[in-house]
Design a protein around this ligand. Structure first.
Ligand SMILES: [Zn+2]
Ligand SMILES: [Zn+2]
Length: 159
């Protein structure tokens, strides 16, 4: 395992540490992500919620409408920077790569929703590219699939 990654918001009230490598890293070019970030895409590190250790204030969830429902985005209560979000499963966080102290420490494992990719962006050959989404079982490393299975099993046994 590599050195734990840390990150936080702009004002420093929210700080977090990822206690392991992410499960998988998305670069999402969908229109929702473009709107939410005001930019061309978002980098999301998918990781088990219990591997995101909060070191200071807790970010506050805000419900944000998407084309296909709603998503919770966790923001610093003071400066409102979004540090991570949650889609359908609360067990998995989508940590925003730009909030890492060293954003260069991660590279996307996949580019998704490239059907709405801005035309001036040229993607590298180093990661697979999908018009919309992909098959998790086909793309994730075995170790990550195992971890996902474990965290979902834990969630079901708690319920
Ligand atoms: Zn802040
Ligand atoms: Zn997206």
């Amino acid at each position: 395992m590599s050195v734990p990654r840390e990150g936080g918001c702009a004002c420093g009230s929210v700080r977090y540490r990822l206690t392991s490598d992410p499960l998988f890293t998305h670069c999402c070019h969908c229109l929702n992500c473009q709107r939410q970030t005001g930019s061309a895409f978002v980098i999301n590190l998918l990781i088990e919620a219990d591997r995101v250790e909060l070191l200071a204030d807790a970010p506050q969830p805000v419900g944000v409408p998407r084309d296909d429902g709603e998503q919770r985005i966790f923001r610093c209560p003071t400066c409102q920077v979004a540090v991570f979000s949650e889609y359908t499963r609360p067990e998995v966080r989508f940590v925003r790569g730009g909030t890492l102290d060293q954003p260069s420490s991660v590279t996307p494992d996949v580019h998704i929703f490239t059907k709405s990719k801005l035309p001036w962006i040229t993607l590298p050959d180093s990661a697979p590219v999908f018009d919309v989404y992909y098959d998790t079982k086909a793309l994730w490393p075995a170790a990550s699939l195992k971890r996902l299975e474990a965290v979902l099993a834990r969630a079901h046994s708690d319920a």
